[in-house]
Design a protein around this ligand. Structure first.
Ligand code: BGC
Length: 866
């Protein structure tokens, strides 16, 4: 055991100190100590209760609840230790962001990218609340979602589909609404992965190679990648998950600048931060850098019962390597999050097992010899959530093109259906573990961000319900037998998949490293062959992200193209309702579709193998997706936000009203209040608080927090201290200038401008309109900014022919600010300067502009990108 600890200590030294280093301008300066939480009013009551409970805990009880019990050592993907003496339960942590993973009787909702495409805040919240209910119903304390990192910087990145789209505001709104929904049910949401986890390959540390370093400058970090995390924290999220990779040369799980300074000090985060699974690479260093929970509890080599923390953290506290103030704070953050969500009031225990489908099974499948018992109680938590899932899938359907108004279809036109994606996987929608294959209708990507489908409502079934003239060829190779008759409409289903890197699908190790941005299974050839034979072709795309459509988009018979994104379990009716015109499409692209991958810079391509640490340097800075294309004057095939409707929307009268009067920097935050943690006794506890109880029957390989009497006594008597990280200090720092409230200075969320506009439907079909507001900063402020940036959006109710609705979009102080690296504050770079707020249907189709200087709006304009 001691030998192993040494090895582990050696391994932990690999952070930053080996191999190739991050370029010198990208640094993670040491920042210690961790701010002691509990100073914000929103969490005051929870901290008062938590401090009371934690002050009664022994040392081994404290370290027990900040660590997992080991992989496969409990029913959930993560299970903490408990404090039965004080009725503090074991906590269950479970994936995924789209539904409860590894169990039955749940809803497989559409993933984030589809939710983003709805541009519907109410649906984002409704899905969050439904998810919260299902997680609670299964007895899960922590929902491991939403995912906002990756943000979608890399088009080929494997997990972009788990988040809401390639824009910080779309991600931030999606995350905040999801968090509010999930936490309204008393379940702790976990926003992940902090930060820079934009590609799958080389993300993890191993003894031979560190995970890649995402090298991000401070302004880009704040204005793009951290933005949605700030929104999540502003919404009160209870937990954050630290990513596998490094940022600016230091692993995210022990990057003191990232966790202590940015997350906990500047963003005022009062909850707990956990490691991604097996992402932790040190014991003491991680604790000092601000990590609060070790998941799933094992050190780098799982299943040998050897933790980074638990008993080792007990030891580290006894020998004074980890100050009690830090350990108390870690523990209190966990307990406070539990109180904050009222989980002390009758929260159910887990009633399922991630590891077996049977009623009975091993309680600790990771143990060599495990007791058996009840594993699954098959609790059905679905309620009417299929309706929410279907509404999202339907409102996400994005109509890119509709020549000659081919859509909607009627029920008598003969339909010829092509592509295996029209129908469910014949082996069953769950036949590939963690959805690690692309067979049949693609409802989600693969990896930990998945759930089991309770059923798959596939497109072919839904289409057959509406039309009796359906002939299907459910293969991806165009059949020689296909016959074309006059009037036929061909529906061609194609797809593109990606996922997490522990599964390789058709050569793709998570990222789309082999498939590139083309449709899978030679979808381009299928479309071209159909377009060759039929005069009217509708292409339906199920995809994780942007695909290239150039090979066929301009073919005269390709009349209509629909992106159905990843619809989850409700793929059929949601699509059919749009295809046959019960509802108009109202989805919009949550990313741009470029004409070529080369339209983007090399820096957003996948980083390949490098000896030492792979370097993923964000040299494109603030310019990703439409920000980059606009900057370079490159026209996309379809712009970010694009989506047509069967209705015809017009923008009428618009007004702009100023909110708070702006100053360069927001008013300084008031001094921090005293935290309930200030009452703690900070002295080192006696060794007896760590003694393993006599006669306790241990499960071999399970992770415990006690020490043997001899080890505890030895640690308490030790005079040799851990080699503290460079720059370590135990003297509390003055608060970061940019901070104050949850997510940063509270005044950042003050309203700077409200823009209201009347949207009317002048068409003959009903539909919902999306209004998108993009800000254009004044020129010559000394801060280069992207030409336009999405700042808010709103979706109308279903507007019948002739109906109208007045919608309001809001720009906050943060929305008209830039991150000033020197002052470390958000500042309004030109108070009184002319901000333009562009209103339109996409980043490429802006129809109206409002000026903050004249406080007036006008239509009949063309956006700055032309
Ligand atoms: C993923 C996380 C996930 C965790 C637990 C990791 O591999 O990156 O997103 O929550 O596993 O399953």
């Amino acid at each position: 055991m001691a030998h192993l600890s040494k090895l582990i200590l050696l391994l932990c030294m690999c952070d930053g100190g080996d191999g190739k280093a991050a370029p010198s301008e990208y640094t993670s300066p040491p920042w210690y100590p961790t701010p002691v939480a509990g100073w914000l009013d929103e969490w005051g009551e929870a901290y008062a209760k938590a401090a009371k409970l934690v002050s009664r805990m022994t040392l081994a009880e404290k370290t027990n609840i900040t660590s997992g019990t080991g992989i496969l050592m409990g029913r959930c993907v993560g299970n903490t230790g408990s404090v039965p003496r004080l009725s503090f339960p074991q906590l269950c942590l479970q994936d995924s962001a789209l539904g409860v993973r590894y169990t039955d009787n749940v809803t497989a909702f559409p993933p984030g990218i589809t939710v983003g495409a709805t541009f519907n805040k109410q649906l984002m919240y409704a899905r969050g609340a439904a998810l919260g209910k299902e997680f609670r119903g299964k007895g899960i304390n922590f929902h491991l979602g939403p995912s906002v990192g990756p943000l979608g910087r890399k088009l080929r990145g494997g997990r972009g589909w788990e988040g809401f789209g390639a824009d910080p505001v779309l991600q931030g709104v999606g995350a905040a609404e999801t968090i509010r929904g999930v936490q309204s049910q008393g379940v702790i949401a976990t926003i992940k992965h902090l930060i820079g986890n934009e590609q799958e390959m080389y993300r993890q540390y191993n003894p031979l190679q560190p995970g890649y370093s995402a090298n991000i400058d401070d302004r880009t970090l704040h204005e793009l990648y951290l933005w949605p995390f700030a929104d999540g924290i502003h919404a009160g999220v209870g937990a954050v998950m630290a990513a596998y990779n490094a940022v600016n040369g230091s692993a995210c799980t022990q990057n003191s600048y990232l966790i202590n300074r940015i997350l906990k000090d500047e963003l005022g985060f009062q909850g707990l931060i956990m490691s991604d699974w097996l992402a932790q690479i040190s014991g003491v260093a991680a604790a000092l850098a601000g990590l609060d929970m070790s998941m799933p509890g094992d050190a780098s080599i799982p299943l040998i019962g050897e933790p980074w923390w638990a008993s080792h953290l007990t030891e580290a506290a006894l020998n004074d390597s980890v100050p009690m103030e830090r350990l108390n704070d870690m523990t209190t953050r966990v307990v406070a999050a539990w109180y904050q969500m009222n989980q002390d009031k009758g929260f159910p225990e887990p009633n399922f097992s991630s590891w077996t489908k049977s009623a009975k099974g091993l309680l600790y499948p990771g143990a060599l010899i495990s007791p058996s018992g009840t594993a699954n109680e098959f609790v059905n938590v679905q309620e009417d959530h299929a309706d929410v899932a279907r509404d999202i899938a339907m409102e996400a359907v994005t109509l890119l093109k509709n020549e000659d108004n081919l859509l909607p279809l009627d029920s008598i036109t003969p339909l010829k259906i092509f592509g295996s994606g029209a129908s469910k996987n014949p082996a069953g929608p769950n036949s590939c573990p963690d959805r690690g294959c692309n067979k049949g209708t693609l409802g989600m990507g693969w990896g930990s961000g998945t759930a089991e489908y309770p059923h798959m409502d596939d497109p072919i079934s839904a289409i057959r319900e509406r039309s009796s003239h359906v002939t299907s060829y459910l293969t991806d190779i165009f059949p020689l037998t296909a016959v074309a008759e006059k009037g036929d409409v061909a529906l061609v289903f194609i797809s593109a998949d990606s996922g997490e890197n522990y599964i390789t699908v058709e050569g793709n190790a998570g990222d789309r490293n082999v498939a590139g941005l083309h449709a899978w299974h030679d979808g381009d050839a299928l479309v071209k062959a159909a377009a060759n034979k039929y005069e009217k072709v509708v292409v339906i795309v199920h995809t994780v992200g942007p695909i290239l459509v150039e090979e066929w988009i301009d073919l005269p018979s390709v009349k209509s193209v629909l992106f159905a994104h990843l619809p989850g379990q409700e793929a059929g009716q949601s699509l059919a309702k749009v295809l046959f015109g019960d509802e108009s499409p109202s989805g919009h692209l949550p990313y741009s579709i470029p004409k070529s991958e080369d339209d983007y810079p090399k820096s957003v391509g996948l980083v390949g193998f490098e000896l030492g640490q792979a370097q993923d340097t964000y040299s494109e800075g603030l310019y990703i997706d439409y920000r980059y294309l606009n900057h370079k004057g490159i026209a996309p095939r379809y712009p970010f936000g694009h989506g047509l409707s069967y209705a015809n929307f017009e923008l009428g009268e618009a007004t702009i009203v100023a909110g708070v009067s702006l100053s360069s920097a927001p008013p300084d935050a008031p001094p921090r209040k005293e935290t309930a943690q200030s009452t703690y006794d900070k002295s080192r506890p006696p060794a007896s608080e760590a003694y393993e109880p006599a006669g306790f029957a241990k499960i071999w390989r399970y992770i415990y927090s006690w020490l043997s009497r001899a080890d505890a006594d030895k640690a308490r008597a030790s005079t040799s201290r851990y080699p503290y990280p460079e720059g370590y200090s135990s003297v509390a720092k003055t608060a970061a200038p940019g901070g104050g409230g949850q997510g940063g200075n509270a005044a950042l969320w003050d309203t700077a401008f409200n823009v209201s506009v009347t949207v009317s439907n002048s068409g003959s079909k009903a539909g919902k309109a999306v209004v998108q507001a993009y800000v254009q900063f004044p020129a010559n402020t000394g801060f280069e900014t992207a030409m336009i940036q999405l700042r808010d959006f709103a979706k109308t109710a279903r507007l019948g022919a002739g109906q109208s609705e007045r919608v309001t979009v809001t720009l906050s102080r943060r929305d008209v600010s830039v991150w000033d690296v020197r002052q470390q504050k958000w500042i309004v770079p030109a108070v009184g300067g002319e901000y333009r707020v562009w209103i339109g249907e996409s980043a490429g189709r802006l129809k109206m502009v409002c000026s903050s200087a004249s406080l007036s709006c006008r239509g009949g304009v063309t956006g700055p990108a032309g």
